[in-house]
Design a protein around this ligand. Structure first.
Ligand code: FMN
Length: 164
């Protein structure tokens, strides 16, 4: 059973989630969609993930879903997003994942997010810092990667791929 985890992000969160998923789904291959563009036809099941900025899924993850729609509809599919405003996640999933794929997906979930402005530079650092400040002002904790959601997604994909 070959599983592909194809993801795209800007500052490492989506790829960290992809790597953590791969550890749980032994033998799954991780692809960074900003660097490579694997053919889903070569896999038995696929997970596509990406980070959210300004309400939009990373454009490489979105293009991958659109371009490979038919192949993704023909095999077990999982989708994930990384974002800071987890209460908005349902809306982000609906808006960014084509409806037929969302319906077909065994799971489509938010795996949390990270702002970590200190680890960034330039404009990105500035934007992440203002985002973090606005959360703090609203009395909200800094976002983190949700390892329980990662474990749950791995379980759902194992079941969907018949490895349950
Ligand atoms: C410029 C910028 C815009 C963002 N926009 C959103 C947003 O619209 N909604 C949200 O929930 N999170 C937003 N975030 C938080 C990111 O989704 C979060 O930092 C995520 O972990 C980034 O993933 P990555 O490291 O894979 O790029 C934004 C972060 C930055 C820096």
């Amino acid at each position: 059973m070959k599983i592909l985890i194809a993801a795209a992000g800007k500052t490492g969160t989506a790829m960290t989630c992809a790597e953590r998923l791969a550890v749980l789904l032994e033998g799954a291959q991780v692809a960074d969609l900003t660097l490579s563009w694997p053919d889903p036809e070569e896999y038995d099941a696929v997970i596509v993930g990406g980070s959210i900025r300004m309400g939009q899924l990373h454009r490489k993850a979105r293009s991958y879903l659109v371009q490979h729609r038919d192949a993704l509809l023909a095999r077990p599919l999982g989708c994930f997003i990384c974002c800071a405003l987890t209460e908005e996640a349902e809306g982000y999933l609906k808006k960014n994942i084509p409806a037929p794929l969302l319906e077909h997906a065994a799971a489509a979930v938010c795996l949390g997010g990270r702002l970590a402005p200190r680890a960034r530079s330039g404009m990105d650092k500035f934007l992440a810092a203002s985002f973090a400040r606005s959360l703090e002002k609203g009395g909200r904790p800094a976002p983190t990667i949700d390892d329980e959601a990662i474990r749950q997604l791995a379980r759902q994909m194992r079941l969907a791929a018949g490895r349950g």
